[in-house]
Design a protein around this ligand. Structure first.
Ligand code: ADP
Ligand code: ZN
Ligand code: ZN
Length: 747
């Protein structure tokens, strides 16, 4: 009897977003697995597709159904579990199955662009041959022969070295090894070697001593988590602990228990390339059983790490957002550190949120999830209040270390007092104090929106990107203007292009200006800077981090990159140069983001034995987010902000789906946006906000309009979004509609 199967073709188009049926040729019967990639005829071509499963009744008559051609990957990339996760993803985030399934596997692995790396190694030849012709030094051999004997002995002592290693061990030259090979005493064989992404991280950090005993609060949290790990239960925990309260230690112990129970664990971190320390801590604890996955890996490293994971050769995966799809067999726990971080949301299709994917994946597998944060997302706070998450608290820092006192500096009075520097008088003094005491200081700058532009003082002209309509940043090191969104760059003008004035001023990037101010104030200070300009090369982040951690600099100036997860005992002063920039963004999350960021940065101070201090410079000293951050009181902030969201109807009080229409011509975009909004008008349970021009109305040459769909029920909104996609698909023209479920950015 013939057997049939359903296939999702890997063609990203609305018309092909459904299962297609094929006959399974007898040669392949019984050799196929759900999720495996196959090659199938599709119209005049053959295409790759994902095997969805067997079907009893094909939807075509036997005369028309075609044969599946071949299997693409003998060792399937996707497990059945991940196939189902991908199909769920398409549904949940309103995208095509092909787009969702592609996202589960790194592109270079899907295209099999990278091969295992093989290196030549030298081994003794089979014992039988070797015994007969083993070189002997007995009868006074010539010196060359002696070298060969030494090489032979070294080879027996340690087979599998490279030529260079063997020569070094034996103290011989390459000729002796060539002779061993020529005589058939040794053989050279290619051996797969692993490209190890920890190579530079491990060198940058000192190893951790013995794991500490849990504090009472940690023990209490573990008492709740460990039973769910040992006899797996789909419990979801929110571990709410201030910075430095020992959350990571709780993750490490929960993961150790998972391994002890014979299962494996994923730990997600916001962007691992930015937290070399986390990776190193895991490596310290679990050794070679840790794999990392993040955007900073070379493609060879990613290939090797991914296959180690897929084959179950590691017990722990530490990775950024997409590691939530890590194909670990026997998954037993998922941890999400800093669960409030915006980087967990993917901004391209499929626009998934790793937190929601993790919760779904774990629930499906029946295993626990731990979400950790010092400043939980309001979504998570609300979920804990309603019982969907179980809240565990670590209310204090370990070892009774105090949270650093936070002081607000009102920058308006600085201006009035005639101080035009980026450093207030207080911050200036505090810096000098640390330098005298040989302690370290961290100066933090919120890069986004911080003045980094060219301004004409005669007419107010600001240089903007012609494709994105945002002001261009000035980069003093390369002396160019650059767009932070699309990368467009140009030489700065010498006279104003609008009025011809010569009074044109460059404002260097925020971090550069702060660096200049610090150097001017304290010429003897050793200053490091960490921003997009200084971390462009691979490993640069880890290197700067290592230098600062080893105390090779007094002051580190940085952007968001330095706010997260850093634990440097020598830092006793944190200065927030400008707290305001994120506050004024046209986004309902701006207060939440500001609060979280300020708490994170403040948490970098006083983590060692000497207490720390935090200074926040702001023009809005009375803003609730800044006041709450000073007290590091996330409960108070959440309560106040949830009330605001409730009143205004923003998440988590209501559900949200954002629709963005973009295209090369402005009027076409506006027309489509208005047509879609009209088409959705009157759908029950859906409120349409807008349409209007997006806050970034022109991005990478694309005009942008947007609208938001709001309502109590997510499924209803997703249906409306699908309807909108339908409507837009029927309109001719270059404008496109994109759907963002649970948008994290409204820009
Ligand atoms: P968090 O992840 O909440 O910021 P960490 O787990 O990084 O906190 O802990 C902060 C510091 O305290 C680290 O240096 C860590 O090694 C140390 N630490 C954590 N737990 C303990 C403990 N039970 N006893 C002693 N030191 C601890
Ligand atoms: Zn001008
Ligand atoms: Zn641009």
């Amino acid at each position: 009897m013939d057997s049939y199967c359903a296939v999702a073709v890997d063609v990203a188009a609305a018309g092909t977003d459904r299962p297609f049926h094929y006959r399974v040729p007898p040669a392949l019967a019984g050799r196929l697995q759900r999720g495996q990639r196959v090659r199938v005829p599709f119209g005049p071509r053959t295409v790759v597709g994902w095997l969805l499963g067997a079907v009893d009744q094909p939807d075509l008559p036997p005369s028309e159904i075609r044969d599946l051609v071949a299997v693409v990957d003998p060792e399937p990339l996707l497990t059945p579990e991940l196939l189902d996760l991908g199909l769920w993803l398409a549904d949940r985030y309103c995208c095509l199955r092909a787009q969702a399934l592609r996202a589960l596997i790194p592109a270079d692995l899907r295209h099999a662009r990278v091969r295992p790396l093989e290196e030549e190694r030298i081994f003794p030849a089979e014992p039988a041959e070797a015994a007969q012709s083993a070189p002997s030094a007995a009868s006074g051999p010539p010196p060359a022969r002696k070298a060969q004997v030494r090489a032979w002995q070294a080879l027996l002592a340690e087979p599998g070295l490279t030529r260079a290693e063997l020569a070094a061990r034996a103290g011989c030259g390459p000729a002796a090894i060539r002779a061993l090979l020529a005589d058939g005493l040794a053989v050279a064989r290619p051996v797969a070697v692993r490209r190890d992404p920890f190579a530079d991280v491990a060198a940058a950090l000192p190893p951790e001593p013995v794991p500490p005993l849990p504090t009472p609060a940690q023990a209490e949290a573990l008492a709740a988590i460990l039973p769910a790990v040992r006899a797996p239960r789909p419990d979801a925990f929110l571990l709410h602990g201030v910075t430095g309260s020992g959350k990571t230690e709780v993750y490490l112990r929960a993961i150790a228990a998972t391994l002890a129970a014979g299962r494996r664990a994923i730990c997600l971190v916001p962007e691992i390339a930015l937290t070399p320390q986390t990776a190193a801590r895991f490596r310290d604890r679990f050794g070679d059983g840790v794999a990392v996955l993040h955007s900073g890996l070379g493609e060879g490293e990613r290939h090797d790490e991914w296959w180690r994971i897929r084959r179950g050769q590691v017990g722990v995966v530490v990775g950024a957002r997409s590691a939530v799809f890590a194909p670990l067999p026997d998954l037993g726990l998922i941890v999400l550190d800093e669960e409030h971080e915006g980087t967990y949301k993917q901004e391209d299709v499929p626009r998934y949120h790793a937190r929601d994917v993790a919760l779904h994946r774990a629930a499906t597998l029946g295993i626990p999830v731990v979400l950790g944060s010092a400043t939980p997302a309001l979504e998570s706070t609300a979920a804990a209040a309603s019982g969907r998450l179980r809240r565990l608290a670590l209310p204090a820092r370990v070892l009774g270390r105090p949270l650093p006192p936070v002081r607000v500096v009102d920058m308006r009075t600085e201006m009035e007092a005639g101080n035009r520097s980026v450093l207030s008088r207080d911050l200036h003094l505090a810096l000098g104090d640390r330098l005298r005491r040989r302690q370290q200081a961290l100066l933090f700058l919120n890069r986004r929106g911080y003045a980094t532009f060219v301004l004409c003082r005669s007419c107010g002209y600001v240089a903007r990107c012609p494709r994105c309509a945002v002001s261009l940043g000035y980069h003093a090191t390369e002396s160019r203007l650059r767009c932070h969104y699309c990368g467009y760059s140009r030489r700065p003008p010498e006279v104003c292009p609008r009025c011809g004035s010569r009074y044109i001023r460059y404002f260097g990037s925020g971090t550069e200006r702060v660096e200049a101010a610090v150097r001017e104030a304290y010429p003897e200070a050793r200053v490091l800077r960490m921003d997009v300009d200084t971390t462009g090369t691979k490993g640069a982040h880890a290197r700067i981090y290592g230098q600062f951690r080893r105390g090779e600099a007094d002051v580190l100036i940085g952007t968001q990159m330095v706010a997260k997860g850093w634990d440097i005992a020598g830092v006793t002063l944190v200065g927030v140069v400008s707290a305001d920039t994120a506050l004024n963004l046209p986004d309902f999350r701006s207060a939440e983001r500001t609060f979280q960021l300020l708490c994170q940065v403040s948490g970098r101070a006083g983590r060692g034995d000497i207490p720390g201090e935090v200074l926040i410079q702001t023009y809005n000293p009375d803003h609730p987010a800044i006041l709450a951050a000073c007290r590091q009181d996330s409960d108070a902030f959440a309560e106040a902000e949830l009330a605001v969201r409730q009143a205004a109807g923003w998440p988590p009080a209501q559900q949200l789906v954002r629709l963005v229409v973009s295209g090369p011509d402005g009027p076409g975009v506006a027309t489509l946006a208005q047509a879609v909004a009209r088409g959705l008008h009157g759908e029950p349970g859906v409120e349409v906000l807008g349409p209007s021009e997006a806050p970034l109305p022109l991005l990478r040459g694309q005009h942008r309009w947007h609208m938001a769909l709001r309502g109590a029920r997510a499924e209803v909104l997703r249906e409306a979004a699908a309807h909108a996609q339908d409507l837009a698909g029927r309109v001719k023209g270059k404008a496109r509609l994109s759907v963002d479920v649970d948008p994290q950015s409204m820009l």
